[in-house]
Design a protein around this ligand. Sequence first.
Ligand code: EPU
Length: 337
Amino acid sequence: MRIEENYFIQALHTFRMPVYARWFVEYDQVDDLVSLLHSDLLKHHPFLPMGGGSNLLFVHEHYNGVLLHSAIRTVDLLSETDSEVLVKVGAGVVWDDFVARCVAQGWGGAENLSYIPGEVGASAVQNIGAYGVEVKDIIAEVETLEIATGQPRVFQNAECEYGYRSSIFKHALKGKYIVTAVTYRLQKHPLLHLDYGNLRNSLSGDHITIADVRRAVIDIRRSKLPEPDEYGSAGSFFMNPVIPVEQYEQLKVRFPDMPHYVVDEAHVKVPAGWLIDRCGWKGKEEGGAAVYEKQCLVLINKHNARPDDVVRLAEKIKRSVQETYGITINPEVNYIG
Ligand code: EPU
């Protein structure tokens, strides 16, 4: 176990802003986390379990609590049949390393989620998604520790209450459990999901493999999202809003080219990137923060941004989308006070 005090965490969150944490603690065994949960450090200070820091916005330059990072990086094949495998993966495994491993083994299901930053623990909290697949589609169960007691609890997929970028761990049980491992179910004869956006167009030939899908997804993401060494960011900053069909029909009269995806009979999802783009935000700057030129849903750390620059930019964008379309957009990124 590693404990650091007044720790500079610029390299530990993908916005790469100059932030200090009062404590940074890293554990590599579940037992160490149990001891930590009973320790004075965690009993008397606020703390935040973090993964790769790819979905966090520290709103101040000092986080006056304990950042808890899992370095549990075990990968265990639990069972295997002719058609599927069950693999248990430690919360601290880098998500895309796991996807690469699945693809190399010929295990399908995760390939559309290639190149998403972050770690396995957060994948199950955030229900990460891309190109028509969400991680909930391959999660069998989620192992956790209860924060109040240090007792283990396993959540079956159905108990996690998964929705778009949401789970029980972000809502009803927020701050109550820490994920220690996730068991994924992967297919040996996978069905490919190629119908989202331009994914199929970027693939050719009759014998498309999961390795081809992974390559295509990585190419698309690289063309739209900033590389970590180009600009700091947290990927999509806002969620795509879900609105009533009636509201969409009214807006369509004024904005005939507004894209939408059907959610259910009564709701559609509208791309926040499009709304922000059409309000004229592309490339706009606020202090050192900016709206990414190639994808308006992404706010970037353009020139040594401070947390406050990003907060102000996000507020202005939210207000402008509200005034123009009457639609409230909410951050996908978690604000950490
Ligand atoms: N659009 C614009 N201008 C922009 C950005 C987008 O007009 O600046 C339009 C596009 O032309 C397209 C639509 O908006 O018609 C949707 O854009 P895109 O397909 O790029 O995807 P998205 O809805 O912006 C979502 C996820 C991404 C995921 C992609 C692909 C959310 C919040 N974001 O983005 O996830 O990679 O779909 O599946 O759901 C992330 O969560 O960090 C993330 C990158």
